[in-house]
Design a protein around this ligand. Structure first.
Ligand code: GLA
Length: 386
C-alpha cells in the first residue's frame, strides 16, 4: 500500500498529525436474526475486535473538512456548507453523517481526519456502520456536540438511509456503538430494549469465512426484500389495524392472507416469523451454554435465508454445506445482507487451522477464488481512545 508520504494531493501538514481525538469503531457479527431488524424483530449481534481507527483535529477554519483514508490512499476535501453526494461510495457515509449532524442543528467547524480500516469491505461485517459511527463519535467529542450514544446510532442509520441510499435497519449501528466486550446483545428492534448475554462458547471460537464475493444484487435485492415485507404488512393492516410491522403478524394471519399476499410474500414473511422464534431459542441456548442447539438454529437460519428469503448465493451455500458434515462445527450460516460476504461458524478452536486449509482447497477448486478466514471475539463498541 502507498503511504501518506507519496500521495501527491495530501497537504504537507498531514505528514505530522497531532490528533486531538482518537476513535476506534468496530465491525459487527450477528449470531442470528437476519433480515429481522427492519421488520421490528429480534437480533443477536456483537461488535468485534476488528475496527476502523480515526484520528481527528480541528484545523482552525470555518468550513473546510480534510480527510485522508490510509486504507484507500485517498484524500478528499469538503466544504461544510456544501454537503452533496459524492461518486466515491465511502465518502458518502461520512458526508451523510455530517449532513445528519447539521440537520440536528449542531455546529461543526473545519477539521481534519485520518482513518485506517482493518475491516474488509463487502464482507457483511458492516464496515459501513463502523465508519459512520466512529466518524460521528469523533465529531461528537471534538466539538462537544453532546450527542447521546443512541443519537449516534440513529443518526448513523439515517446517514445510510438518506445519503448512501441503503434502506438498512438499526442492527449494525446499534451493535457497533452499544456492544460490550465478551457479550452478545439481544436487541428488540421494535422497543430498542437491549439485553447483554455473556458470549459463553467455551472451547469454541467464532470463525468468519469470507467468500470474497460481493454480488452486485445486494443493494437492490435488500431494498426489494424490505418492500416485499412492507407490502404484506399493508395488506394485513387493512383488516387488523393494530398491525404496524411483521412483529404483530402471527402465523395464523399469514395463513389467512395466503392468497392475497402471494407465494413470494408468504415465504418471505414466514421466514421472518420463524427467524424471530429462532432468535428467542438461541438466547436461551446461549444462556444455558447449549452449543448444539445454537448450531442447529444457525443452520436452520441459513436454510431459511437460502430457500425462503432467497438472499444467499452459491458460494455461501457451498461453505455452509461443507461445514455441515464436520462434527467439530456446531453451526454455520451466512451473515449480514447476503449475496456474498461471510459465513459465521461456531467451531472448536483447535480445529480452525486444519479446517481452513481443507475448505480453502475445495472452495478454490470450485470457484477459483481464495476465501479468507477471520477469527473474531465479541468486543467493546465505538470508543474514544484519546
Ligand atoms: C445489513 C443491514 C442490517 C440488517 C442486515 C440483515 O447488514 O445493514 O440492518 O438488515 O443486513 O440482517
Amino acid at each position: 500500500m502507498k503511504t501518506a508520504e507519496n500521495n501527491s494531493k495530501l497537504p504537507d501538514d498531514f505528514k505530522s498529525f497531532e490528533a486531538e481525538i482518537k476513535v476506534a469503531s468496530p465491525g459487527r457479527i450477528n449470531l442470528i436474526g437476519e433480515h429481522t431488524d427492519y421488520n421490528n424483530g429480534f437480533v443477536i449481534p456483537a461488535a468485534i475486535d476488528k475496527k476502523i481507527y480515526f484520528r481527528f483535529r480541528k484545523n482552525n477554519t470555518k468550513n473546510l473538512v480534510r480527510i485522508y483514508s490510509e486504507t484507500f490512499d485517498a484524500y478528499v476535501e469538503f466544504n461544510l456548507q456544501k454537503i452533496t453526494k459524492s461518486t466515491n461510495s465511502w465518502e458518502n457515509y461520512l458526508l451523510g453523517v455530517i449532513d445528519e449532524i447539521q440537520k440536528l442543528g449542531k455546529q461543526l467547524q473545519g477539521f481534519d481526519c485520518i482513518l485506517k480500516s482493518e475491516l474488509p469491505i463487502g464482507a457483511g461485517i458492516s464496515s459501513s456502520a463502523a465508519l459512520e459511527c466512529g466518524f460521528a463519535e469523533g465529531l461528537n467529542s471534538l466539538f462537544n456536540l453532546d450527542l447521546a450514544q443512541m443519537e449516534i446510532v440513529k443518526l448513523s442509520q439515517r446517514a445510510e438511509n438518506n445519503f448512501v441510499g441503503s434502506n438498512c435497519g438499526i442492527m449494525d449501528q446499534f451493535a457497533s456503538v452499544m456492544s460490550k466486550k465478551d457479550h452478545f446483545i439481544k436487541l428488540d428492534c421494535e422497543s430498542l430494549e437491549a439485553t447483554l448475554i455473556p458470549a459463553k462458547i467455551e472451547h469454541c471460537k467464532l470463525l468468519l469465512l469470507n467468500t470474497n464475493v460481493a454480488h452486485n444484487l445486494a443493494d437492490s435485492e435488500y431494498n426489494s426484500r424490505r418492500q416485499e415485507c412492507e407490502n404484506v404488512v399493508a395488506v394485513i393492516q387493512q383488516k387488523y389495524s393494530a398491525v404496524k410491522s411483521l412483529r404483530q403478524v402471527s402465523f395464523n394471519m399469514l395463513e389467512e392472507f395466503k392468497e392475497e399476499i402471494g407465494a413470494i410474500g408468504f415465504k418471505r414473511c414466514q421466514y421472518v416469523l420463524e427467524e424471530n422464534e429462532r432468535v428467542q431459542e438461541t438466547e436461551k441456548a446461549l444462556r444455558d451454554g447449549n452449543l448444539q442447539t445454537i448450531g442447529k438454529l444457525m443452520y436452520a437460519s441459513h436454510r431459511g435465508l437460502q430457500h425462503q428469503y432467497e438472499v444467499s448465493c452459491p458460494e455461501l451455500d457451498f461453505l455452509v454445506d461443507f461445514s455441515e458434515e464436520k462434527p467439530f462445527i456446531y453451526g454455520s450460516r451466512m451473515m449480514g445482507g447476503g449475496f456474498g460476504g461471510c459465513t459465521i461458524n461456531l467451531i472448536e478452536a483447535d480445529e480452525i487451522d486444519a479446517y481452513f486449509e481443507e475448505v480453502k482447497k475445495v472452495y478454490q477448486k470450485k470457484f477459483d477464488i481464495t476465501p479468507t478466514a477471520i477469527t473474531v471475539v465479541p468486543d467493546e463498541g465505538t470508543q474514544i481512545t484519546r
